[in-house]
Design a protein around this ligand. Structure first.
Ligand code: B12
Length: 519
């Protein structure tokens, strides 16, 4: 029996009714062309998961087209052309919740181009929402990979090529005989240093960090996992509260390779908590310093780890750490407790002060639009943000991931199931005393007020930070989802803009009118 006949009659796919004789040799890994205009305004970011998966598929003998349609800002006609030209037997895509609609559209397109195409979907949304996705009679998804893809996808394809039974492969979900088959969970990859990311398949010229014109940006990973309990987040669930760190030497050698072979000079760490193991992290910092790697690092970590590492922060800076995001998330202790953050307000303030004192850019975000929020409570958060005094603050709309631990408490306030809006920018939860439009307006106002305050006090920052902040401000004014709100600052509302800010902006050459988002 052909491998794929075992799926017969279980999906609406016409190809499953025919004998599938083609051997799988070529796989397209395509990112969905989704855009929300937040982080994207700060840079063009690669899909690291696909770089890793491309590497392991290649090792297993498959030809891979790693095609970052998202980062290319490609439209459907361009995606069609690329799929037709590579003519893969398998098209695989990836989705967190906000990008799931476009991911499904992409797989639909792949089937339209060639109904025999086998489609695969992975990442956090599919890992948790496989029932909803596979039970849709119009679903264009043949296989869902739950969890890490580097081992599961080659195993699945090898199995299909060998006419095996996909139900024997761990980490999958798919339909068979009108039922969703969920296989045993795959175990996490034990040694991350054995993985072989396909850096040579990356189309390097498009990846850049916009505050540093001319830079070449990579996303890298020094660890995987999260042991925290934040009830609004997905990552501790995805990693089942485990954590694995790479060997410091192997990680730093990878940065050197990226620098020497591909000209990378800025990296963002994809790690949830790169600092979790202090000894390992210090070793990484020491290697970056002694080997003069000369790379700028952008990273995220926990408030607690910054407090723990107070005596190491000088090393962070010397090693090239230039930007640290810490998730403060809430403005009241009660909300911090609801979010299970495990931190206290004063700890967050202290952590941000320490990052600032180390002359590293500090960034945080506040999750707003909760059921009991009001314009006044949001305005209070802005005051708190000013008190915390990060260089950058983002005022986000809570996105109720349907699989998050907090979801049951938020469910009755969910105003839309349009997942495209689950991007932390567009409000999807309706507070009791606010409309969605009011939430959106209040979040915009929050950003505007915060940055107005920031720019009034720009001269408090070190010279390089002032320069950085002006570059960021130009991006916010011209190219981000905040452009509309920020315009009152840059040009529109004369009364709202003090003369000194006008002068700063004028000197920095911030234009009066905005441009289209960065393509
Ligand atoms: C890098 C990153 C980005 C990049 C994306 C780059 C890209 N081209 O995809 C940028 C900066 C553009 C980005 C943007 C956004 N992001 Co983001 N991002 C991350 C981050 C920090 C790291 C992801 C990563 O590289 N991980 C490392 C790789 C190795 O792991 P992985 O991606 O999970 O992939 C593995 C598995 O999931 C699986 N897998 C994944 N896909 C597939 C596909 C197949 C076929 C298979 C077989 C397997 C598979 O195999 C991979 C290898 O093991 C995560 C947080 C985190 N620490 O993970 C947030 C995160 C993914 N982002 C998130 C969000 C919300 C967003 C935004 C909506 C935020 C915003 N408003 O700006 C936007 C939306 C994007 C857009 N275009 O507008 C959320 C998603 C939450 C959710 N549950 O839906 C996360 C989890 C952050 C968080 N804690 O909430 N992001």
């Amino acid at each position: 029996m052909c491998c794929l006949t075992s799926l017969r009659g279980c999906t609406p796919n016409t190809w499953l009714d025919d004998e599938f004789v083609t051997k799988i040799t070529k796989i397209s890994l395509v990112t969905p062309p989704y855009h929300s205009g937040v982080v994207e305004s700060a840079g063009t970011w690669m899909n690291l998961g696909f770089v890793y998966i491309a590497g392991s598929l290649r090792q297993s003998g498959y030809k891979v087209d790693y095609y970052d349609a998202m980062a290319h800002w490609h439209e459907w006609n361009e995606i069609t052309a690329r799929l037709k030209s590579f003519a893969p037997e398998v098209v695989a895509t990836t989705a967190y919740t906000a990008s799931i609609v476009d991911a499904l559209e992409l797989l639909r397109l792949a089937k339209e181009i060639n109904p025999q195409t086998i489609t695969v979907l992975g990442n956090v949304h599919a890992t948790f929402c496989y029932e909803e996705l596979l039970n849709d009679p119009e679903s264009p998804v043949d296989f869902i990979v739950r969890g890490e893809g580097e081992q599961t996808l080659p195993r699945l394809l090898d199995c299909l090529n060998a006419s095996g039974d996909a139900a024997t492969i761990h980490g999958l979900a798919f339909r068979r005989n009108n039922e969703v088959v969920v296989t045993e969970a795959a175990s996490f990859i034990a040694d991350l240093d054995t993985l072989t990311p396909a850096w040579d398949l990356v189309e390097w010229p498009i990846y850049s960090y916009h505050p540093k014109p001319g830079s070449t940006l990579a996303i890298v990973s020094s660890s995987r996992g999260c042991r925290m309990n934040c009830s609004f987040c997905s990552q501790q669930l995805f990693w089942q509260r485990t954590w694995r760190g790479r060997n410091p030497e192997s990680f730093v050698e990878e940065l050197e390779l990226l620098r020497d072979r591909f000209g990378v000079n800025v990296v963002m760490l994809a790690d949830e908590i790169p600092t979790l193991d202090r000894a390992r992290w210090e070793k990484i910092l020491d290697l970056l310093i002694t080997r003069k790697v000369g790379m700028k690092l952008l990273m995220e970590t926990r408030v607690d780890d910054i407090l723990r590492d107070e005596d190491l922060l000088e090393k962070y800076r010397l090693a090239g750490v230039e930007h640290i995001y810490v998730g403060v998330e809430a403005g009241s202790q009660a909300l911090l407790d609801l979010f299970n953050k495990g931190t206290k307000i004063e700890q967050s303030k202290r952590a941000i002060d320490l990052i600032n004192q180390a002359d590293i850019v500090s960034e945080t975000s506040f999750v707003l639009g909760m059921p009991d929020d009001t314009p006044e409570s949001i305005a209070e958060i802005v005051e708190l943000a000013k008190y915390y005094n990060p260089d950058m603050a983002f005022f986000l709309a809570i996105a109720p991931w349907p699989y998050a631990e907090l979801y049951p408490k938020l469910k009755k306030y969910v105003a839309t199931k349009d997942y495209r809006k689950y991007n932390l920018v567009e409000p999807v939860l309706k507070p009791v005393n606010m409309t969605l439009a009011e939430v959106e307006k209040a979040l915009g106002e929050a950003a505007r007020t915060f940055y107005m305050h920031k720019f009034k006090n720009l001269s408090d920052l070190s010279p390089w930070k002032q320069e950085f902040m002006l570059a960021v401000f130009k991006i916010l004014v011209n190219n981000s989802y905040l452009a509309k709100q920020m315009h009152g600052l840059a040009a529109g509302n004369e009364n709202a803009m003090p003369q000194e800010i006008k002068s700063i902006l004028h000197a920095a050459g911030v234009p009066a009118s905005g441009r289209a988002p960065i393509p």
